[in-house]
Design a protein around this ligand. Structure first.
Ligand SMILES: Cc1cc2nc3c(=O)[nH]c(=O)nc-3n(C[C@H](O)[C@H](O)[C@H](O)COP(=O)(O)OP(=O)(O)OC[C@H]3O[C@@H](n4cnc5c(N)ncnc54)[C@H](O)[C@@H]3O)c2cc1C
Length: 476
């Protein structure tokens, strides 16, 4: 394992000189900086020695240079909402947070791009775009993540079925390399076939290759009209099998989410309100599809709804509830957005998965996952992005000892990942590998890929100081 040096008083002073007034040490370092939102952790969070609340690219560069020269580990951090442990400073050292780099630097509406600092929150940009008749399409459930964090996990979210993920909206980034050098990857243009795409290597690299300080993002014209439908199904398989049919039919589907029975119950308990009705027309609902359709006119939208209704009914939907007012639409989507919070607020110990599989496999894989829960006598719930096959699975049980829970989860994880690979899936669709999934990555991608990833990491970061223990270099 790489050896790092201690952060001495002398180094702290150098860092304070490089970022005057923006450096926290000792008791001023909040415990929150030791972790992100990742649950089920055998690993004990370790507070960093120093937190730098950077205000500029140059400040980040100056601090990185000092850390590189002194072999001090550095963990980049956005809002700390990650779900793979990417922002955990496993080796202590320095955390550089972009939270205070939160300015929208300007729009170029001719080229349909916006330039932002990395610490701008997704919610801030989304609202600002809406006020201009624009839309920034990536829409993960957590709106208070930073755009730098979204870029580093290649965040997906609800609209990926139509618009793709964060990767598809990044045109150019300013990056501070682990050596402290400042560079730009990409360009503010639509097409780019100019050599290896280092920008795309950076996207989803979870703070292991460099620190993104600015981004130029693509925006689109906001859709003129949208409507949301909620379709409850008595049989889970019927609901899940219907999504590929809607996509194949060419419906203008902006989002297609699914919520299983247990997740719907948790939502009701958490919100104190049953947004996803338990029984519809005498049918006990096992799963719900929550969808949004786009159109340019009311007529177009009506046609979308009619065509969707045909497929939904033919697939066995118990009913179709139309969110025809902004208030109803907001209520349904807020309930969907809060599913992760509902889950973690109601259970103490859980292991969350972010598996993505081909959408054709959704129904059968869910049966397989439930079977694993039965085998191990552990609880199971699931919701996710039905339109792109991305499942947010929770295995949980507060009645077990830590050791028993971890043993069962280990067996479940091995089997769930093995089947996922067999059917062409991946172990993370949007949350990333971080340290939580690092030990499972070699089995997923193979040794050759891991060696290539490690080689790339070493070119960017010869002293391996940036975000140790993550992605392709798991700690032993
Ligand atoms: C309730 C809830 C719902 C969620 N829903 C979704 C969802 O629907 N879709 C989805 O994709 N994710 C979702 N997430 C996960 C999380 O919001 C995303 O991973 C988000 O992109 C993390 O952004 P952040 O600013 O919080 O980054 P952090 O958690 O601070 O960091 C994430 C990773 O990026 C690195 N990093 C952060 N900023 C930078 C930077 N500027 N330069 C280099 N590296 C950096 C960190 O080192 C770390 O490895 C959800 C999380 C929660 C808690």
């Amino acid at each position: 394992m790489t050896k790092y040096n201690a952060v001495t008083e002398e180094i702290i002073q150098q860092i304070k000189d490089a970022a005057p007034g923006h450096v926290l040490v000792g008791d001023a370092v909040n415990e929150d900086y030791a972790h992100d939102e990742t649950m089920r952790v055998e690993t004990v969070p370790k507070k960093p020695d120093v937190v730098v609340e950077a205000r500029s690219t140059e400040e980040v560069a100056a601090v990185m240079k000092i850390c590189n020269e002194n072999h001090i580990p550095v963990t980049p951090r956005g809002a700390g909402t990650g779900l793979s442990g990417g922002a955990w400073p496993l080796m202590g050292g320095v955390v550089i947070t972009t939270e205070k780099m939160n300015k929208i630097l300007g729009y170029d509406e001719t080229n349909m791009i916006v330039r932002v600092q990395a610490g701008v929150l997704l919610a801030t940009l989304a609202e600002d775009c809406t006020s201009r008749g624009l839309m920034y399409p990536p829409d993960p459930g957590q709106k208070f993540a930073t755009l730098g964090g979204n870029a580093n996990t290649n965040a997906g979210g609800m609209r990926a079925v139509k618009y793709g993920t964060t990767r598809d909206y990044i045109r150019e980034i300013t990056v501070v390399l682990p050596t402290g050098k400042i560079t730009k990857f990409g360009a503010p243009v639509v097409k780019n076939s100019s050599g290896y795409s280092l920008m795309h290597l950076m996207i989803g690299s979870e703070g292991t290759l460099g620190i993104i300080t600015e981004l130029t993002l693509k925006v689109v014209a906001a859709p003129k009209k949208t409507i949301s439908l909620l379709a409850p199904f008595g049989k889970e398989g019927d609901g899940l099998r219907c999504v590929p049919r809607m996509i194949r039919a060419g419906l203008n589907l902006e989002a297609a989410e699914f919520i299983d029975r247990v997740s719907a119950d948790k939502s009701a308990a958490y919100l104190g309100k049953e947004v996803f009705p338990k029984v519809v027309d005498g049918v006990e609902c096992e799963v719900y599809l929550l969808m949004t359709f786009e159109g340019r006119t009311d007529d177009e939208l009506e046609l979308e709804v009619e065509r969707a209704a045909e497929i939904l009914q033919d697939s066995g939907s118990a009913d179709i509830l139309v969110a025809d007012t902004p208030a109803l639409k907001k209520e349904m989507w807020s309930a969907r957005d809060s599913l992760q919070e509902a889950h973690v607020s109601l259970v103490k110990r859980t292991c969350s998965f972010d598996i993505t599989i081909p959408i054709s496999e959704l129904a059968d894989y869910m049966v397989f996952l439930r079977g694993l829960a039965d085998e191990e006598k552990i609880h199971f719930s699931c919701f996710g992005h039905a339109g792109d096959g991305n499942l947010h699975i929770g295995y949980y049980d507060d009645s077990l000892s830590n050791e028993e829970f971890d043993e069962r989860i280990e067996r479940v994880t091995e089997k769930a990942y093995a089947r996922c690979k067999e059917i062409g899936g991946v172990i993370s669709g949007e949350h990333g590998i971080g340290f939580e999934r690092a030990k499972y990555l070699p089995a997923q991608v193979g040794e050759e890929c891991i060696e290539l990833m490690q080689g790339i990491k070493q070119v960017f970061d010869p002293n391996l100081i940036l975000n140790p223990g993550k992605v392709c270099f798991a700690l032993d």
